[in-house]
Every structure is written in structure tokens, then in C-alpha cells.
Design a binder for this molecule. Structure first.
Ligand code: OFO
Length: 172
């Protein structure tokens, strides 16, 4: 059984993951409108990944007999317009999420809540991947610089991203 503090914290994390989904969905829309369909697709895949992160916590609360409490999702705010700026924003955002996941892992350890600690480890590893993805794309953007051909190829490359997680949440 989970402590009330842990249930509240996981519900808060569900909200943060849904905000992440909303943020990437907004970025997908901006990129698609700007004609970068491939970057837009990458962002849309990320939107699904974030929904998966939220729903994995949702399913965990239900497995533990705890109540899911959904809160309002904030309007995604970003002023950036270039691909590089959007990925810089994404990287900073992911560093914040990594900190948030570490808080859950630390709370679980403090409460000797080994089930949640085990789950938190999955998210810790996932955050390494999230930060690495954004960092590698930023490195590629720096390599291509302002080359139109380079940006075209990057757009094509990012458009090849496939969904790597379940999107049918009835199966979680
Ligand atoms: Fe859920 O990992 Fe990104 O935000």
C-alpha cells in the first residue's frame, strides 16, 4: 500500500507528464505549420511517449488500489521558433523532469517503498534516454549549421522516428 504522500506525488507526476505531452504536441503543431513535417512527426511521437509515461503511473496507482486524481494541465508556453531553440527548450524541460523523477525515487527509498522505487528506476533510465535524444539532435543541428540542405536532411531523418511505446492504454 502506498503512503498518501506518495499517491499525491505520483498524481502530481501524472500531471507533469501530461504537461510534457501537451508541450510536445504544441511543438509538433508549430513545426508542421512551418513545413517541417519530419520534425513535427518526431514531436508527435514524443507526445505519445509522454502520454505513455503518464499512463504508466496511472496504471500503477490503480494496481496499488490508489485513486487517480487528474488536475488541470497548464497551457504549454514557449516563444522559440527555430528547430534548434525548440530542442534546447525540450532539453531543459527534460532536465527538470529528470529532477522530478529523482524526487520520487528518493521519496520511495526514504519510505522503504520498494515497489515504487523499482518503478522509479524505469523512469530514471527513461530520462537518460530523453536527455540523450535531445542532446544528440542538438549536436546534429550544430553540425549542419545554417545549411538548408542539412536542415532538409535532418527533417527527413527525424521524420523516420517510430512510436516505441504502447499507445493502447487498455493494455497497460
Ligand atoms: Fe516523460 O519524459 Fe519527457 O518529459
Amino acid at each position: 500500500m502506498l503512503s498518501k504522500k506518495m499517491v499525491d506525488r505520483i498524481n502530481e507526476q501524472i500531471n507533469r507528464e501530461m504537461y510534457s505531452a501537451y508541450l510536445y504536441l504544441a511543438m509538433a503543431a508549430r513545426m508542421q505549420e512551418a513545413g517541417y513535417k519530419g520534425v513535427g512527426k518526431w514531436m508527435m511521437v514524443q507526445y505519445h511517449e509522454e502520454m505513455f509515461h503518464a499512463m504508466k503511473f496511472y496504471a500503477y496507482l490503480q494496481d496499488q488500489g490508489a485513486a487517480v486524481e487528474l488536475k488541470a494541465i497548464a497551457k504549454p508556453e514557449f516563444k522559440e521558433t527555430t528547430i534548434k531553440e525548440l530542442f534546447q527548450h525540450a532539453l531543459e524541460h527534460e532536465k527538470g523532469v529528470s529532477g522530478s523523477i529523482r524526487e520520487i525515487a528518493a521519496l520511495a527509498r526514504e519510505e522503504k517503498d520498494y515497489a515504487t522505487e523499482g518503478l522509479a528506476q524505469w523512469y530514471v533510465a527513461e530520462q537518460v534516454e530523453e536527455e540523450r535524444n535531445a542532446t544528440e539532435i542538438l549536436q546534429t543541428i550544430d553540425l549542419v549549421g545554417n545549411s538548408a540542405q542539412g536542415l532538409y536532411l535532418l527533417n527527413v531523418e527525424l521524420g523516420k522516428r517510430d512510436l516505441g511505446v504502447a499507445s493502447d492504454f487498455t493494455k497497460l
